[in-house]
Structure formats: C-alpha cells, structure tokens
Ligand binder design. Structure first.
Ligand SMILES: C[S@@+](CC[C@H](N)C(=O)[O-])C[C@H]1O[C@@H](n2cnc3c(N)ncnc32)[C@H](O)[C@@H]1O
Length: 284
C-alpha cells in the first residue's frame, strides 16, 4: 500500500503528531494529483471576472526581469494565462499526468519534480508562485527552504476561498453548504477526520511569519449546478476522498444525491495574495 494511503488511514491526531513542526521535514508524504488530472479542470473555478482581476494583480506582483517558478502548477490554470500575458513561467509538479495536460493546453516549460528537491541552481527564479499546494506538502518547511534557495526575490501565494449556498436563498442567515464536507461527514470516521498533510497558508501567515503584502480580491458570485458538483464528487476529484473505500464512497454519494441533485447553488468566492521574501522563508 502506498505510504500516503497508510498515512491517511491513521487517526487525525496520530497524523498531526507525525507531521508536527520540526519533525515534518523527515516525513515525506506527497499528494500527487495523477489520479484526478482528468477531473481537475472540471472543478468549478473562480468566477471569470474575479479570475481576470486576479491575473492582472499577479502580473503586477510577478512581473519583473526574471522567470517565475509555478510550484505545484497542475494543469497550468495560472501558468498558461500568465504566459499569455508575457511572463516566462516554468511549471513544476510532482504529477506527470497533470503536467501532460498542461502541455496539451499550451504550457511551454514544464518539469516533473518534488517541491522538496528542485532541480534548479540557486537563485534561478525571480519569483515563485504557489497556489493550493502548501497544504499538500507534509514537509512544507523543507519545501519553503527549497523555494528560498531557488528564488532571488520572493514567494507569492494565492489562496482561494469559496462558499456555496443553496438556491433560492431564503435570507442572509443560512449556513454555507459544503458538498465535500458533507460527503466526508456521511462517510463517517475515520474519513471525516481527514486533515491535509501540509500547512494551511493562514497558519504560516498568522502564526509563523506575517506577510508584508496582503491583497484581497472579491467577493464575486456565480451560480453552479448541483449535478455538476455531484459528478466531481462521484469521480473523486478531491484528495480527501481518495482513501475512502468504494462501498463507503457509493453510500455517501447516494445520500448526497438526495441533498444536491437538480439544485443550483450560489458560489461566493474571494482570493488573497500574500508574499514573503526569500529571507523570511528561510526563517520559517
Ligand atoms: C490542488 S492542485 C493545484 C494546481 C494549480 N496550482 C492550480 O491552482 O490550479 C495541487 C498540485 O500540487 C501538486 N503537488 C503536490 N505535492 C507536491 C510536491 N511535493 N511537489 C510538487 N508538486 C506537488 C499536485 O500534483 C497538484 O498538481
């Protein structure tokens, strides 16, 4: 059984102990997205006007003289439009399948590598971009030090947050609906105790080194289809679903279908851009 599967089957408290700061760098658990490269681009993304505004702000943040490293670039969701805006982007990902898709979509420079061991000389890049990867890397501290080694200037991290509400909305007081959270809740223990192996960027920002740049964009809205969200959950498009055994998956999906099918949801999204200098990364 692969190391990740064994690791994710441990109770959450045990997993936390295994990856506690200081020891995390010795435990290498990689969450490659090989198994969901087909579904990844079907996930509901950010509302298009929000995404465009984000790209414009990123060009300001990343634009400069040197190339940009997009670490954990996936299928090129950011690298390809940034490339079209005149930025030279090198995409690195641990997943062959994700990078293969990126190439098919027009990514120019791609490289399969682990964030822990980047195959580049010191200070190769002006800036590094990370989007939705730090929470996946158990050895996040080692990865950040590796980013500091290959980056002259700074790391720019984008974090996206979206809430879903069932439509029609009754009033402003209702709770957001979280399809993946509901799926895990229905699946029950130990699956509902899933925690990502890495570090959430908020912990880095608020508890470890507060970033000097912090830009919030949004909120913006879009409507998404319940059937579409269900099809993604059915195809296990989200990493917390991967360790769930098939019969538990089928039963959870059945319940979710009753709650979600034929419904529409309002998705409210916002993004935050934060950045740290390479010196600040070394001190983490
Ligand atoms: C949630 S996806 C985000 C992809 C892209 N940044 C985006 O926002 O569309 C996370 C990506 O990080 C990659 N990844 C996970 N652990 C990694 C590691 N240790 N080194 C390099 N890439 C990694 C996964 O394979 C996956 O493609």
């Amino acid at each position: 059984m692969p190391v990740l599967r064994i690791f994710l089957r441990l109770p959450a408290a045990r997993r936390k102990r295994l990856v506690r700061p200081g020891h995390a760098d010795r435990l290498v658990v990689d969450v490659s997205f090989d198994r969901c490269s087909e579904q990844f681009d079907k996930r509901p993304g950010l509302p298009p006007p929000l995404f465009e505004e984000l790209l414009d702000r990123l060009v300001d943040q990343l634009g400069g003289n040197g190339p940009v490293l997009d670490l954990g670039a996936g299928t090129g969701r950011f690298a390809i439009p940034l490339q079209a805006r005149g930025i030279r982007v090198v995409e690195v990902d641990i997943s062959h399948a994700m990078l293969r898709r990126a190439r098919m979509k027009g990514a120019r420079d791609v490289c399969v590598a682990n964030a822990m061991r980047l195959p580049f000389r010191d200070r190769t890049f002006e800036t590094t971009l990370t989007v939705s990867i730090l929470h996946l890397v158990a050895s996040w501290r080692g990865a950040l030090h590796e980013v500091a080694r290959v980056t002259r200037n700074r790391l720019v991290n984008v974090s996206e947050s979206s809430r879903l509400y069932r439509l029609p909305r009754k009033d402003g007081s209702e709770e957001p609906y979280d399809p993946l959270g509901r799926y895990l809740e229905i699946a029950g223990p130990p699956w509902r105790e899933y925690t990502h192996p890495g570090h959430h960027w908020v912990d880095l920002a608020e508890r470890i080194v507060p970033p000097k740049t912090r830009i919030t964009i949004g909120p913006r809205r879009q409507v998404v289809d319940g059937d579409w969200l269900l099809s993604l959950i059915e195809a296990r498009a989200y990493s917390p679903q991967w360790p769930v055994p098939d019969p538990v998956h089928a039963a959870a999906l059945e319940r979710l279908r009753i709650e979600m099918a034929i419904r529409q949801f309002e998705q409210i999204s916002e993004v935050e851009i934060v950045s740290w200098t390479s010196d600040e990364l070394r001190s983490m």
